[in-house]
Design a protein around this ligand. Sequence first.
Ligand code: BGC
Length: 738
Amino acid sequence: MKKYFRNLTAAAVLASLVSCSGTSDEAERKADELLARMTLREKIGQMNQVSGGYGLMDMAAAGEVGSILNCVDPVEINAVQKAAVEESRLGIPLIVSRDVIHGFRTIFPIPLGQAATFDPEIVERGARVAAVEACASGVRWTFSPMLDVARDPRWGRVAEGSGEDPYLTSLMGMAMVRGYQGDCLGEESSMAACIKHFAGYGAAEGGRDYNSTMISERSLRNTYLPPFKACADAGAATLMTSFNEIDGVPSTGNRWLLKDILRDEWGWDGMVVTDWNSAGEMIAHGFSRDLEHSAEQAVNAGVDMDMMSFGFISHLEQLVKDGAVSEKEIDRAVRNILVLKYRLGLFDNPYVDTEASAKVDYAGEHLEAAYQCALESAVLLKNDDSALPIKCGSRILVTGPLADAPYEQMGTWAFDGQKEHTVTPLAALRQIYDVIWEPGLVYSRDKDKSSFSKVRAAASKADAAVVFVGEEAILSGEAHSLSDLCLQGAQSELIAEVAKSGKPVVAVVMAGRPLTIERDLANCDAMLYAFHPGTMGGPAIADLICGKVSPSGKLPMTMLRDAGQAPFYYNHNNTGRPCSGNETLLHDIPVGAGQTSLGCTSYYLDTGYGPLFPFGYGLSYSSFSYGKPELESCVLERDGILRVSVLLENTGNCAATEVVQLYVQDCVGSVVRPVKELKRFRRVALAPGESCTVGFELPVSELAFWNADMKHVVEPGDFRLWLAGDSASGEPVGFCVR
Ligand code: BGC
């Protein structure tokens, strides 16, 4: 690996985690003092966030903008900052923001891939690297992490979150918040996190982006809000409202969400920004009459800063004069903004050191962390006859549109990615194997099969073939929903063509979402699902293919057989007719069959009941055996702690890491409870033949849920618990809570 890293011992990341000076109280006191000196117009200026290219200089000099986004050139940033600091009456610095979603210059796997690591430590390291790099360019505020629990892979933005599980999403989100914000927001390499999109955005109907959501209050509280609460408690500095409406109320105008829950219930004291023009979009929703009305509704609901609707700057002054918005609301908002600026130390140090960016050691620890994250994020879905690993030095055919696509492998939201450091699988495999390279297709949607015969001929000369398929970066992310989740273009045909050679075929999928790859699985011997793995995806995949490291990723979302199954998630409620496994499928129905309810359970006649692969699934080159979970006590008090352990053994022939997952079911509740819920997990590395006892502690209070009385309580009764390598395995043990 050394060839890719200039300096493996550089402590750039750790060095940035120095201690905090200046207290939060001081920031609040200073904000109050400044607020007392501001005119109404100056206050409203702080509430305005504007993107580069919108006449920023004049606005900054006039004190009419509080934050800018999409400006990453340190020289330009300093020029606008200078206008704000030196020309506006009070010299209040701007906060510079950007979507630093999975890395700044060094791109890490997309967040969904990061979630597949089940490793909060590597995710935190990635966020720290992103903060060091972005801050060196002057970006002190990122619009990340995205905490939208998402259960429909048609939604393009599943790429940006941690998948379908609230607990996994919470842990990954908290890791990112810690990584971005460091030990102290005031350090030059600390970047304010922004938890988004509040709330329910991931439940867009039909997976169509921006769509309405139908989420009951209970389901909102049990499923969609917990990651936000966890990250708010972990000190996330800011929060973004979402585009969607819930039960008819757009989030940006939702006082219940933004005041009653966020402020009053949770006591969170950070700053709230809208999504891009989400205040203005309340007009299209049919919730606001015009821009003025939308500004009134947003501020009165609890929004502090307006991203790009210009409604605040254009109308708030008049709205205050008319009494539609009180100056108290304005003061509340502006205070939150100023406190953040003081906490970030912007008043003391508003400018970016234009040489800092050149001093960052991009090639050292940063690439190593990106490599490690990509390594842990790949999920092995199939490995018949040990097709993987492929012996080093073999002659292999490398084909497919994603094998040598440095831009595409970075995935969505990688605006600032440094392409010089991106290493493709083709380049990395060439260091290990005798490679025959035949692309077969130029890009993922390519349907031109004219070079397939060359690919097949090349396959016949090779010991094995590795086919890189998936999605171009542009096919996932915002506004990129799909109704058909099969491989695009002629990619499935390419795999089938290579399979005709009779040589072992390994498919590597690089995509922004779980695609429906059932038919492709049938045509390959092994499949590695790598998501969009980022800058160091190539070396990581090559080291997995050659067996230097065994795959250890686990699916953060259920993989479907067919898009028609969506939404489909492991932690669903049971129906009154749970699937029995004896369902009649389409082809079993006799011609002319009379009316019958065919087994009477909840399933599809064509795709059956089960998914292709369950949540938490992932193979390794080794195998693991689990003992029976041992509970310290089977009867627990509501204020007690559940302690459970299991004997895990590496029963295979190579060193490997298993993600041990703890699931719980609350058997009977005052409202129906999910069939299983992830409560703990841990990555455990074992040598071949080695075994160890893996123990977990779970405070019983973490079994609480929002019950029939809309109270967050643990209801006494029977529970079941599983310790297994995925959400569909293991035998349950019972316990009860008194
Ligand atoms: C997205 C946000 C993003 C914002 C700023 C919006 O379109 O929904 O997630 O942070 O743009 O770029």
